[in-house]
Design a protein around this ligand. Structure first.
Ligand SMILES: C[C@H](O)[C@H](O)[C@H]1CNC2=NC(N)=NC(=O)C2=N1
Length: 96
């Protein structure tokens, strides 16, 4: 079981990520890719990572701009699982 992070712990964890901000009980990152196919490749890679982690982001696709939103639905807020997947999403985006 993954426990909810305190406000302070979530703020600290956020400093280890690139380009994420907190919005309500979620963390959000937007990224613009070079093209629509490039954005879909990122979504495909993130889908693999999400399946492996059994933890799934909400993903908004608008042409070549992606918005990822993470929270742990079962806990009703942010847990280490969200930050672990956010770190992996950062790695995928940094490799482009
Ligand atoms: C059984 C399975 O692990 C759960 O339903 C997972 C699936 N993916 C999930 N993803 C997210 N973001 N939050 C969850 O609570 C969640 N629960």
């Amino acid at each position: 079981m993954t426990k909810l992070l305190s406000n302070t712990a979530a703020d600290e964890a956020l400093t280890t990520l690139s380009g994420w901000h907190r919005a309500d009980d979620t963390i959000v990152r937007t990224a613009e890719l070079s093209s629509f196919p490039a954005a879909i490749e990122v979504v495909d890679r993130v889908a693999e990572l999400a399946e492996a982690a059994e933890h799934h982001p909400d993903i908004d696709i608008r042409w070549r701009t992606l918005t990822f939103r993470l929270s742990t639905h079962s806990e009703g807020g942010l847990t280490e699982k969200d930050f672990a997947l956010a770190r992996q999403i950062d790695e995928v985006l940094a490799s482009r």
